[in-house]
Write a protein that binds this ligand. Sequence first.
Ligand code: CS2
Length: 502
Amino acid sequence: MSVGLHAVKLTDQNLSQLKKEIRVPGYDRAALQQHTVHIGVGGFHRAHQAVYLDDLLGREDEPRWGECGIGVLPSDLRMRDALLSQNCLYALVERSAETQAARVIGSIADYIYAPAERERAIEKMASAETRIVSLTITEGGYFIDEGTGEFTPDFAELQHDLAHADAPVTSLGYLAAALERRRVRGLAPFTLMSCDNLQGNGGVARRVLLAFASLHNPALENWIREHMTFPNSMVDRITPGTTDEDRAFVAGRFGIEDAWPVMTEPFLQWVIEDEFCSGRPRWEKAGAQLVPDVVPYELMKMRLLNGSHLAMAYLGALAGYTYVHEILEDSLFVAFIKAFMDEVTPVVPKIPGTSVVDYKRVLVERFANPAIRDQVTRICSEGSAKMPKWVLPSIADLLEQGCSVTLASFVVAAWIFYLKQGTDEGGKPLEILDARAQELRAVASGIGTDPMPMLQNASIFGQVLPASRLFVDKVSRGLEMLSRLGVEASMRQCLPGQERGA
Ligand code: CS2
């Protein structure tokens, strides 16, 4: 793209050369204290938590609370290279149909790629400067069984970390090594704040860290139990993966040469439980909500937003759609998504001061945002981890209350059908990204209309749902319709008022 030729490489020194319309850090980055260490710096973290901090740092009366990123996975090497080549600055582009605004975020002061600098990573978290360690390590980073919610220490990486406490490879191993040093040195612990999309993320982080520590060193386990806090939080901002097209856009439109910019929507929300044992930034000044109980917010978000994403993703992929906003241009899908949200609403908690009707309306608008170009493959990815978090619990609760589960069960059928088919309705191969893809596709390929071989996978479906005759019948009927009628006609059959013989 020729316009990009004049783009300015993003560095501290070059900030003054950027176009005036681009907001840049107005604070002294050299004075930042790295009080937060964040494990798992990806697009989402850089569109969310790091932005709240950047907003706060922009206020003159705030202390200099900055952060250091840490990557523990081999795939994080790319992030290190990108960030360190540009003083950890990056461009954030907020996109909607009406506006495209770029700003430069400066709250990340440093980045450590742990596999190459293990000792430095552990010492960073063990240092007195670190007050909070936050996480976006995805569900896989917690080593929990999706069906039972229990910690599963038998993974080879965890066994490695138990045997080599000072040369860990997992986030849990790094956390335990750093906390043990703090304990021995007589330092206070840090707060561990999970920002992953897991229900009760703080509680999950606490459970797995305690379980891991108990295998490691009971004295550490007791110390953690007594002194550490694990706030729950609800995080929300739709952040697609960055593409080469996006890099070219940032260079062409904004004149910024950025190895890894972040493209996101204007909306953002963060609800946090105020449980911090070693202090925290005053995020509320940047718009975060600090509340005593996050659970209702989490349930509302996961069941409506993330659940709807799954409701549209597998059907949308089968129908041949590439981007989420394209799905939202299809009125049948819009009707389906709205009906899905209405179906799960009985198991969405009521939050004083929040209208669920407005929340659902805004969600449809957010999904329809044509500028963010959110990828259907991104939403479809890791279904085996997402389904048990965002759709199956709604079905279980709806069944318990004697409510309809027609659409949600059909979504499960669509996921199985997607795994079975491996191609869209036009015959184009689907890119199925799931840590368990091979195993699940092998099971799905043998499925006709009886879903039991799939549903009896307790690590995904647990015990309750496969025992529900109603649920199993609905999934079976969904599979039968999808293979006989195709996506569109099956969706029509599921819409309220259309159901026959179910
Ligand atoms: C998405 C989420 O991964 C997914 O399937 O539903 O990443 C979603 O975009 C975020 O949770 C929005 O906050």
